[in-house]
Ligand binder design. Structure first.
Ligand code: NAG
Ligand code: NAG
Ligand code: NAG
Ligand code: NAG
Ligand code: NAG
Length: 422
């Protein structure tokens, strides 16, 4: 860029100050010229440091323009007749544009790359004007959704339908049908706003959010039915435990969501669902109080379980989200049955605690069936033992008898046996 133009720009405020002082000095009878000259000298000394600061190429003006449109940049308010030269970021390469006869720059069909610092110079290279251009879109409608986790709180969040590329401010307020506007307290970074203690008895509310940026302002208005939006947070500290000695029972407990007032004015109903892992069908239980005992779990199977909550009185309100999925195994005598151990001969080598046999079968055996099995087993065992003993006695008896016979009639019997036909 031309060096001269720059010094010209930097000296401008300094000169202006000095010139205006000189102007005053020229007015007759006001001040004597030595005083005036001292003032001029003093002024120029004062303005020196500020000149040094301006040396950093500051552009104080910011102009905002719409993307995809024609943007007009005036070369200051100077009525320059001489042709002017425009630069962007100290370079003479400009996006698609035209310059009018009075030096105004028109950027045609702008896109984001047209942003930057624009400067115009006269044909001697003197800087006339400098402006920073920022481009974007005017705000569009907002998509607003509200959450009502209890009777004393509303939180509304929004999503922009248009990416504006520009900083924006917001104003949000809520009112019941027959009420005054109340501010909805903003958290712009998280894009939501909160109202405490809304008038819950009012059937409808109106929420109004206005987004404003340098180009325009847009108001979005939505109607709310707080009692329909009411949706508790999920129950907390949900836990499920096996019950010692009961292979088909589970004990489920939970706490109220911490965002729900626990006093009796706002009761909740809880919905518990559970199923053996792998099953598609849920079993369900409803309860107002914790804990709840499930009596029909499938013995020996892992179970999945979840709990959710809803306002008990207001049936138009929403169920909470489900609590995180829990997995539990009902009580078993043998913690982890191994199918390979369930061979029949195994029954004869186990430790003789009778009740332990109930869990010996691979999966599910109702208690009565298991007891029957035990009885049959014991009977079979006794029969086998008895048979063995009888067989032994018979063998011993036969041996004894044969020995007696042989000693008495050894020879005659041998002759008899040999003479028998084979
Ligand atoms: C544009 O001007 C701003 C404000 O003076 C300055 O901070 C920035 O560095 C300039 N950018 C360029 C590319 O000159
Ligand atoms: C921008 O300017 C061009 C040329 O002057 C013109 O043809 C076009 O219609 C303008 N576009 C808009 C959106 O004004
Ligand atoms: C000009 O500088 C700005 C930053 O100040 C940058 O965003 C823009 O892309 C630059 N434009 C060009 C054409 O270099
Ligand atoms: C925000 O909006 C409300 C209601 O529309 C209005 O009364 C209030 O003056 C606005 N506040 C600001 C800062 O614009
Ligand atoms: C209602 O919910 C909000 C947001 O979770 C919470 O800050 C507030 O303490 C809750 N009110 C009560 C009475 O629990």
């Amino acid at each position: 860029m031309p060096q001269g133009s720059f010094s010209q720009f930097l000296l401008k405020p300094y000169r202006r100050g000095v010139d205006s002082t000189l102007g005053i000095c020229k007015m007759p009878g006001l001040l004597s010229s030595p005083v005036c000259l001292t003032v001029v000298w003093f002024l120029s000394w004062l303005l020196r440091p500020s000149c040094a600061q301006i040396w950093t190429d500051e552009v104080s003006d910011v102009q905002f323009g719409r993307l995809d449109s024609n943007v007009t940049l005036a070369c200051g308010n100077s009525k320059t007749r001489t042709p002017v030269v425009w630069h962007l970021n100290h370079s003479s390469a400009l996006p698609w544009h035209k310059v009018t006869s009075n030096g105004t720059l028109i950027l045609l069909h702008t896109n984001l790359s047209a942003q930057g610092n624009y400067s115009c110079y006269d044909n001697q290279g003197n800087l006339l004007h400098s402006v920073k251009l920022r481009l974007g879109h005017p705000p569009g409608k907002l998509t607003v959704s509200c959450q009502v986790p209890n009777h004393t709180h509303v939180r509304c969040s929004w999503v922009e339908s248009v990416k504006t590329f520009l900083p924006a401010t917001y104003n949000a307020s809520l009112r019941g049908k027959t009420q005054d506007w109340r501010p909805c307290v903003l958290d712009v970074a998280r894009k939501h706003c909160d109202v405490d203690h809304p008038a819950f008895w009012q059937t409808t509310h109106v929420l109004r959010i206005t987004e404003t940026n340098a180009l325009d302002s847009k108001t979005t208005e939505i109607r709310l039915k707080l009692h329909v939006l009411l949706k508790p947070d999920p129950p907390e500290s949900v836990s499920v435990e096996k019950i010692e000695g009961y292979p088909k029972r589970l004990n489920v407990s939970w706490n109220f969501p911490s965002s729900w007032p626990t006093h009796n004015a706002f009761p909740l109903v809880f919905h518990i669902r559970y199923r053996p892992q792998g099953s598609v069908y849920w079993s369900e239980v409803y309860s107002e109080i914790s804990p709840v005992v499930i009596f029909d779990a499938l013995a020996g199977h892992l179970h999945q379980l979840q709990v959710r909550a809803r306002d008990e009185v207001n049936t138009e309100s929403q169920w909470s989200e489900w609590s995180p999925l829990l997995v539990v195994q009902p009580w078993q005598a043998y913690p982890t049955p191994d199918p390979a151990e369930d061979l029949p001969e195994d029954f004869f080598s186990f430790s003789p605690k009778p009740e332990t046999t109930t869990a010996r079968s691979p999966n599910v055996v109702p208690e009565d069936e298991a007891n029957l099995g035990l009885v049959i087993l014991l009977v079979l065992f006794s029969v086998v033992m008895l048979t063995t003993i009888l067989a032994l006695i018979f063998v011993v008896w036969v041996k004894q008898k044969r020995r007696d016979h042989v000693t008495k009639q050894e020879l005659t019997s041998m002759v008899k046996m040999k003479s028998m036909p084979i």
